[in-house]
Design a protein around this ligand. Structure first.
Ligand code: NAG
Ligand code: NAG
Length: 500
């Protein structure tokens, strides 16, 4: 660590971190909406551990992911860059995808490795597998991995044991693909996965990882992207049938239990006061699943859309003694996590265009955000259309709106897959603090202030788009069934024989 960094840290904290850099635990929920947690107002969810984290930490109300679907959102989280730069678009990666997060992208794990951090990821990777596992997390700076490398609905229904056990699956899941595998590093441990035991395996793995690092006084980074609460919901013995909300509530409780186990482990191993725990979610709720999907609370639409419900997420930062409990309305994003972690660790930022800004002032001083804007790309971004929407301060302009299959079946027709792409010129502008549900576009005609705002938003959009170099699409490279992870690679006929 150089002198400038030590001084920077000392100006922020009581000066004891130069000797022992902080640990980071990053918890990432799946398809969990803005309104799903107890601490975000859900009336029947049971989330005591996340609620405790919020009560003793900093809870965000204006926190965004960069995409309304999974793989692109994860690419941005780990790189601090919009997914259009890394090429993780359109849509998401599949078990046999040829592409993945390009290896020359720098992940948070790779930022921390040179400083001697132990790094592990447990859960849903979803940034590619590829030929010979070339896109697995072990190739992107993580020492260890335990998990399913993509969504757990990307496998035949009969491999999914949902609660209650007689309901094998709810909704659609993929057929003609291999059974969902559990991988340890680059080796398949189980295929199909036993979902009823999975969360316990994750919790045990995380506990062992933290304990081993703490024992060696080695700083660590644990990334826990959970499968909860993506469909189909499942829950093991500790949570099944334990909530009044039903299968979604049980899955969420199981996730919350793991958060509780992580906190207990940090406490027990004596590292809790030197660890930043950060929690958020990848994208909005899958409203298509109706009462088995999540809830966007006061926000409009959900997964798949560039309305607020698709990308504004619950987020909590927790660090006892360092973060004063409270709520912040400052604008922040998953993009900001990499620069913030790099700053706290005293690590060098990767020599690339970063879209994130350091959140330290928000976290430690309840200060102002360095972020003025947030960009909204659809699930299939293109240079022709550019941004669908842009948030500048408290205002958001929609240049395009479009519904999504993931938000179909809500009473609001604009969310549905039948709401085709609409171009808005002038854009629809909403005052998000006054109207977080995006119901009432502001009148622009004969309003000089609004005209001025509109011009400013267009300038910010143009400037941003001018700086955006689209990376080669990794997902358009397509899929090859031979690349699907198979525990018995030479067997036939596939995919059915990939069963060990
Ligand atoms: C990674 O390599 C590709 C292909 O050479 C290049 O286009 C891209 O800019 C590189 N990305 C980074 C972050 O260096
Ligand atoms: C963390 O700090 C608090 C307050 O100073 C202290 O009471 C607690 O024992 C510390 N916990 C550990 C595990 O060091």
């Amino acid at each position: 660590m150089d002198v400038a960094h030590i001084c920077f840290l000392c100006s922020l904290f009581v000066c004891n971190y130069a000797a022992s850099p902080p640990n980071f635990v990053l918890v990432f929920a799946d398809d969990l909406g803005f309104g799903d947690l107890g601490c975000y107002g859900h009336p029947s969810s049971l989330t005591p551990n996340l609620d405790r984290l919020a009560a003793r930490g900093l809870r965000f109300t204006n926190f965004y992911s960069t995409s309304p679907v999974c793989s692109p959102s994860r690419a941005s989280l780990l790189t601090g860059r919009y997914q259009t730069r890394s090429g993780i678009y359109p849509g998401v990666l599949y078990p046999g995808s040829i592409g993945g997060l390009p290896l020359n992208e720098t992940t948070i794990a790779e930022v921390l490795k040179p400083l001697g951090y132990a790094t592990a990821v447990v859960g849903k990777w979803h940034l590619g597998v590829g030929a010979n596992g070339r896109f697995l997390p072990t190739r992107q700076g993580f020492d260890e991995y335990l998990g399913i490398p993509y969504s757990h609905d990307m496998g035949p229904c009969h491999n999914l044991s949902c609660f209650p056990p007689d309901v094998k699956c709810f909704g659609l899941c993929d057929i003609d693909t291999v059974a969902v595998p559990l991988m340890h590093n680059e080796v398949i441990k189980q295929q199909p996965v036993n979902f009823l035991d999975l969360e316990r395996a994750y919790s045990d793995f995380s506990t062992a990882f933290i304990a081993a690092a703490a024992e060696k006084s080695q700083p660590f980074f644990l990334y826990y992207p959970s499968h909860h609460t993506h469909c189909p919901q499942y829950a093991g013995a500790g949570a099944a049938g334990k909530t009044s909300r039903g299968p979604f509530g049980d899955a969420l409780l199981e996730f919350d239990n793991t958060v509780g186990n992580l906190l207990a482990t940090l406490e027990k191993t004596g590292v809790i006061n030197n660890t930043l725990v950060f929690f958020t979610s990848d994208n909005g709720p899958s409203l298509f699943r109706m009462d088995r999907g999540g809830n966007a609370g006061t926000l409009r639409c959900g997964k798949g859309t560039t309305y607020e419900g698709g990308m504004r997420e619950p987020a909590i930062a927790y660090w006892p003694g360092m973060i004063t409990p409270g709520v912040t309305q400052e604008l922040a994003s998953t993009l900001d996590i990499l620069p913030t972690i790099a700053g706290l660790a005293g690590a060098r930022a990767p020599p690339v265009v970063l879209d994130g800004v350091d959140m330290a002032d928000i976290l430690f001083n309840h200060g102002k955000s360095k972020r003025e804007s947030m960009m909204f790309y659809p699930t299939d971004p293109s240079e022709d259309c550019g941004l669908f929407a842009l948030r500048l301060g408290k205002y958001k302009a929609h240049f395009y709106t479009q519904g999504s299959i993931h938000s179909t079946t809500t009473p609001d027709k604009e969310c549905s897959t039948f709401a085709l792409r609409k171009h808005h010129d002038p854009p629809l502008i909403f005052h998000l603090d006054a109207d977080p549900s995006e119901w009432y576009p502001l009148p622009l005609d004969g309003q000089p202030d609004m005209q001025e705002l509109l011009e400013r938003m267009k300038r910010v959009k143009e400037e941003f788009e001018g700086s955006m170099l689209f990376g080669e699409s990794q997902i358009s490279k397509g899929s090859d069934p031979q690349l699907e992870p198979c525990c018995n690679p030479q067997c036939s006929p596939k995919p059915g024989c990939c069963h060990c």
